[in-house]
Design a protein around this ligand. Structure first.
Ligand SMILES: [Zn+2]
Length: 171
């Protein structure tokens, strides 16, 4: 695993350790930084026997299937983050009580050569319609409803989403 800091951010030394890109420690000035996991949310929208996937318009995994969701902001709880991301990406109003907790799953998110690790919180939300449109066209290139029996998990980019869909939604 390559490290993504070239120098100590405090003293510019190259004499540091950063095992597994978790705990950065400078051997010259004792500067210490934990590259902790980030929290994120993903929402499984269902309508009848179908699940809504987004098609990513940005890297990582541009062109791959994804779920609506994103990173939780500092000070925000997971349900609020889910409702905010849904509004930003799809333009619809969903409330915390509409969300059913499913599970959590760890993910890797490589962005501009920085390997973020996340813990994704999954919620399910049943919709009364499958008429949904994209608001965040910079992030999402397409929306697709897929019958559970016809989901090919090879189309799904992130390992966390592939795992949860396979384990919870494909019987
Ligand atoms: Zn240092």
């Amino acid at each position: 695993m390559t490290t993504f800091f070239k120098y100590c951010p405090n003293c510019q030394s190259t004499n540091f350790d950063f095992p597994n890109n978790v705990r950065f420690h400078c051997n010259d000035c004792d500067f210490t930084y934990y590259h902790n996991i980030a929290a994120a949310v993903a929402i499984v929208f269902t309508f009848e026997d179908k699940i809504l996937f987004t098609v990513r318009n940005v890297d990582p995994d541009k062109g791959k299937w994804d779920l609506p969701g994103g990173f939780i902001d500092p000070g925000e709880n997971a349900e609020t983050a889910a409702c905010r991301e849904i509004k930003e990406e799809l333009g619809i109003d969903v409330f915390s009580e509409d969300l059913k907790y499913i599970t959590t799953s760890p993910n890797n998110y490589l962005y501009k050569n920085v390997p973020y690790r996340t813990m994704d919180v999954f919620y399910e939300c049943e919709l009364q319609t499958d008429v949904i449109s994209i608001r965040a066209e910079d992030e999402i290139q397409d929306l697709i409803w897929v019958k559970r029996s016809e989901i090919d998990t090879d189309n799904i980019g992130f390992v966390s989403i592939r795992k949860v869909i396979a384990e919870q939604y494909i019987k």
